[in-house]
Design a protein around this ligand. Structure first.
Ligand code: ACM
Ligand code: ZN
Length: 499
């Protein structure tokens, strides 16, 4: 739902065989091709793209650098044409996707090549709207991920996080360390470059994630010497071993990750790299390791969690050396409320992600206090690996996950009703598709849609323009449309009784 619109007066814009799409700028050619696809799909008409203004070039995509805001766009439809203004190609793309929604929502007029007059002035509530896939748990091909991107851009998601390493697999080629990926499958660096280019053309930022210091059995099974001494003699078997960590006090861990981080940072154009930091089983590793215990004494620490300080000091220095910023999952001093501080002092230049059920309001307050930026992925609204109804998928590897209904996802207000200055450090929202139970791309899509529609609107639209009944109406044409595109969606039958 756009943030500001006014239904126009007068005649509709009639698209005909002579209509052309004018773009002010060659840099918009790919974006213009997305609009061509919209007209092909909604009106079954093939419109040419031109760079010269002419009487028939009545659909116009105009870069206007004076417009403030990277994704602010203005869309006007009058009897004379359709124009999208924005300061960047992503703003124009946002306007194109809104055009697609208009044509989809008025299918009868679209079939007659008519578009009703309207003026839309729109911009997102939050800068980043992210979805996260987890090919570490169940591998997804590059082709599958491209298909996923094709769908997410329709709803103005602008970033995709890829969880590339975990206990179950290491999915990114690292030159010089072939043992990491010997268990396969994995993405070559060439494949990832191709994927990043594909995403960039569609204005999607791919954020790579390498999870440390926990969730590291895949690297430890290839290089057991990187684990703590307590685990020296314990076999590290993918699919069986869990709860192991990189040793905080083993110099090779750092020389290794220096190389890994520099290669991964060079590969992905995003200014960010996510380095995990979640669910570190400190009491089973660092608290029992001879080397880590000696380091604790040397540092005068009373709590082994304080070893996160020197660990991330080093790891984050490699990120800074690569000219990037780090993201970490936010861990507090308790995994349930009440929690009143960080697990350890996160440096200010780290962006955090709140995720644990019920702790997002606390994370918003604590990050505000310490000056960290924050992404919101609250388990209770945005963990899309959770089932959508009791008894629904996933049937496999379901560890007793809580239920997140579509309606619950829609109730997410990333501002939690707070005054704006209490959450102006929130950079965005993220929906996660943890892959333990998501065996392939069709399952990933089934878990994503329709709940990602709700998250999209939570990330884009101000609360005053959001409404469950309006959302329910707008949902159905979009669900049908995704089905036509070959997307395995879940039919939200339970909301029909709300009628
Ligand atoms: C997480 O769900 N372990 C961030
Ligand atoms: Zn250790």
């Amino acid at each position: 739902m756009p943030n500001q619109y006014k239904i126009g007066q007068g005649k509709s814009f009639a698209v005909n065989n002579l209509t052309k799409i004018y773009t002010s700028n060659k840099q918009l050619d790919f974006t213009a091709s997305l609009l061509q696809q919209v007209f092909k799909k909604r009106m079954n008409i093939q419109l040419p793209v031109t760079h010269s203004p002419s009487a028939d070039a009545t659909i116009r995509l105009i870069i206007d650098p004076t417009i403030k805001g990277n994704e602010t766009y203005k869309l006007t439809v009058t009897a004379h044409g359709l124009t999208i203004y924005g300061s960047s190609s992503i703003a124009i793309q946002d306007g194109i996707m809104t055009t697609d929604q208009l044509l989809l929502g008025d299918a009868f007029a679209s079939s007659r090549h008519q578009i009703a007059p309207i003026t839309i002035s729109d911009k997102p509530r939050f800068a980043r709207r992210i979805l996260m896939l987890d090919p570490a748990r169940h591998f997804l091909s590059v082709k599958d991920i491209k298909f996923y991107i094709d769908q997410m851009i329709k709803y103005k998601f602008n970033a995709l996080q890829l969880h590339l390493t975990d206990d179950q697999g290491w999915r990114v080629e690292i030159k010089g360390y072939p043992k990491l990926t010997a268990g396969g499958p994995f993405y070559t660096q060439e494949e990832l470059k191709d994927l990043c280019n594909y995403a960039a053309l569609r204005n999607v930022e791919i954020i790579p994630e390498l999870d440390v210091p926990g969730h590291t059995v895949s690297i430890l099974s290839a290089y057991p010497e990187l684990a703590c001494t307590v685990n020296d003699t314990i076999p590290k078997i993918i699919g069986t071993t869990t709860d192991m960590m990189l040793c905080c006090s083993q110099q090779e861990v750092y020389s290794f990750y220096k190389v890994i981080i520099s290669q991964v940072c060079a590969l992905f154009p995003s200014p960010y790299i996510h380095l995990g930091g979640d669910e570190a089983a400190i009491s089973k590793n660092w608290a029992k390791c001879e080397r880590c215990q000696a380091l604790m004494k040397e540092k005068g620490y009373s709590n082994p969690a304080q070893l996160m300080i020197p660990f991330f000091d080093k790891i984050l220095s490699y990120v800074r050396d690569a000219g990037k910023k780090a993201i970490l999952w936010c861990e507090l001093n308790n995994i349930y409320a009440p929690a009143d501080d960080y697990l350890f002092p996160y440096p200010k230049d780290v962006m955090l992600v709140s995720w644990r059920n019920g702790l997002t309001p606390t994370c918003i307050d604590i990050t505000k206090r310490y000056g960290n930026t924050l992404i919101l992925a609250p388990g209770e609204y945005a963990y899309f690996d959770y089932p959508q109804m009791k008894g629904d998928l996933p049937e496999y590897n379901n560890w007793g996950m809580p239920i997140t209904t579509l309606k619950k996802s829609y109730e997410f207000d990333p501002g939690y009703g707070l005054p704006a200055d209490r959450y102006n450090h929130v950079d965005g929202v993220m929906g996660t598709l943890w892959g333990e139970a998501i065996i392939d791309i069709n399952r990933a899509l089934y878990m994503t849609y329709p709940r990602a529609f709700a998250l999209s609107e939570a990330g884009w639209t101000d609360m005053e323009h959001r409404n469950w009944n309006s959302f329910r109406q707008r949902l159905y044409p979009n669900l049908l449309d995704l089905i036509k595109c070959g997307v395995s969606v879940r039919a939200p039958f339970e909301i029909a009784k709300d009628n």
